[in-house]
Design a protein around this ligand. Sequence first.
Ligand SMILES: Nc1ccn([C@@H]2O[C@H](COP(=O)(O)OP(=O)(O)OP(=O)(O)O)[C@@H](O)[C@H]2O)c(=O)n1
Ligand SMILES: C[C@](O)(CO)[C@H](O)COP(=O)(O)O
Length: 399
Amino acid sequence: MIPTPASRLAVVVVAAGSGTRLNGGAPKAFVPLGEHSILHHALRGVFAGPSAQVVIVVPAGYENAARAAVATAGGHDVTVSVVTGGASRQGSVAAGLAALDDGVDIVLVHDAARALTPPVVFERVFDAVAAGAAAAIPTVPVVDTIKRVDVAGHVVGGVDRSELAAAQTPQGFRRSVLAAAVAAATADHTDDASVVASAGHTVVTVEGDALSFKITTAPDLERARALVAPHAAATDDPTAPPALPRVGLGTDVHAFGGEGALWLAGLEWPGETALSGHSDGDAVAHAIVDALLSAAGLGDIGTHFGTDRPQFAGAHADAFLNHTVALLRDAGWRVGNVAVQVQANRPRFAARRVEAEQVLSTALSGAPVAVSATTTDGLGFTGRSEGVAAFATALIVPL
Ligand SMILES: Nc1ccn([C@@H]2O[C@H](COP(=O)(O)OP(=O)(O)OP(=O)(O)O)[C@@H](O)[C@H]2O)c(=O)n1
Ligand SMILES: C[C@](O)(CO)[C@H](O)COP(=O)(O)O
């Protein structure tokens, strides 16, 4: 980091949004994340970064709650101003800029919603602007295949993801550049770099961080809570890695009567009756997903694979398990091992058990999977051959 007098730098923390997509019962920055609020965690990252004046922009009526968050986050020695936000994010940024001290010449604008951003990201952005850039933003690569989709939901083309990057915050600027661009803006932009770029300035990028994800929806909040919970008691540092392995439990049931082939434990079973379900009805894979998500404290299969996700309609085990591994990885975990038991009269697993274990293990990035199968001596719905039940346990370990 380039050392500069504290008076040069200010961080504007925009926390005035309503959190419509989160629907958390309070403006988003004031929704609980562990023992404290989202804003408290965001401020911990800000206070651990480069020395700065800090301006917090909040909804009307939340000024005192913001001052309380400053105290719990350890901002006793920091110059902090709390101001009321605008109707849009850009309006809130303008309100924050109006509260800057005279000596400030570099400004970082940070979303409170990116509450677990590591302090090193603030340093990277500040260093880039202090080294001469008019504007610098942290970005991360886009990992999904991106499609253009029309209003009917049909794919109309692809986008080369090598040309794309996902923008995060804090976004850093020469104060004069940002203030002039915001004052001259005629359109509402979703980030500050767009405001400055539309005024003709070059925006450079620095490395972002997976922990800087934005808490936008309920699954994001679950993920943030899972990151904060395991280590908060031990270290009180939300950016420290989780310390202990964790275990989880999952079950699933599907009835026979689906269309097409039977899919179970990641295998197709020619000649067997299919299971019904939104996806392929693979109760073994779904029980494993629930076991892994419960171990990580990331909710359950409905949280991430509900019927509102058309991409998982008809999907097989590999799609479910790959996505679950990615969710765990983003939360700081990898799969240790999985054990799953199937209760069913059919199919008979003995001849294909090893094959099933290999397929499931491959979908879990190589973690060992043990599959066992049993019947119930004619008792219950599995004994009457009405369906299949599966029970899974999982161990996950910190990355
Ligand atoms: N009028 C607004 C709108 C947004 N923000 C802030 O901008 C950041 C990013 O916005 P977003 O995640 O979209 O938050 P919300 O607007 O609260 O969410 P939603 O769009 O779901 O209502 C958040 O820290 C939010 O508090 C703000 O300060 N003032
Ligand atoms: C500023 C931002 O976080 C960069 O990714 C983002 O643009 C905030 O607004 P959004 O409407 O939630 O995209």
